[in-house]
Ligand binder design. Structure first.
Ligand code: HEC
Length: 158
């Protein structure tokens, strides 16, 4: 009967060790300025990848590996962005941001637009994978529409 007890005690001490180890991690949480810089950098990369696709569609000739890589950049970063608008990272933080207070006062609407953007960006990957300029161009427009809709409502610099 001592063995299960010893195991439980070991388990508990392991949990306590982990808790102690996580304290310094928690205090190293990014500042609002760092979070804002991270999301702005991601949006810049998203913009660059969208331009790559736009130029290809305009030329009528799709370079499939490059288009696919660009579409994947948009899709991956779209998923990352939703975690980069935590409470307290708006204009009231004092850090420079173009995110309007509405991001947080109308959070469900913002989250819905972000989710739509991510879903349409996933379809952009599928469209890029066809290598077809018309298919890629059509989905590019849909994704571009999600950027514009969100900026209109939630970004100051329009
Ligand atoms: C759900 C809302 C939302 C969607 C969708 C969205 N954006 Fe934005 N975007 C924002 C907000 C809010 C900011 C301001 C961020 C800040 O300054 O903190 C921004 C900022 C930017 C910036 C400026 C970054 C900088 O350097 O300051 C670019 C470029 C940009 N977005 C491009 C895009 C493109 C391209 C898409 C679509 C492919 C897109 N965004 C989709 C909300 C969105």
């Amino acid at each position: 009967m001592t063995r299960p007890f010893a195991c439980a005690a070991l388990g508990l001490s392991a949990v306590l060790t982990m808790l102690a180890a996580s304290v310094p991690l928690a205090s190293a949480a990014p500042s609002a300025a760092q979070t804002i810089a991270a999301r702005q950098a991601n949006f810049k990369k998203i913009g660059g990848a969208m331009k790559t696709i736009k130029d290809q569609v305009a030329s009528g000739a799709v370079d499939k590996p490059a288009a696919l890589a660009a579409a994947k950049t948009v899709a991956d970063l779209a998923k990352a962005q939703k975690g980069l608008f935590p409470a307290g990272s708006g204009p009231s933080s004092g850090a420079k941001t173009d995110a309007l207070p509405a991001v947080w006062t109308a959070k469900p609407g913002f989250d819905a637009q972000m989710a739509k953007f991510a879903a349409e960006a996933d379809k952009l990957v599928l469209a890029a994978n066809t290598g077809n300029a018309a298919a890629l161009g059509a989905q590019f427009k849909v994704v571009g529409g999600t950027c514009a809709a969100c900026h209109k409502q939630f970004r100051a610099d329009n």
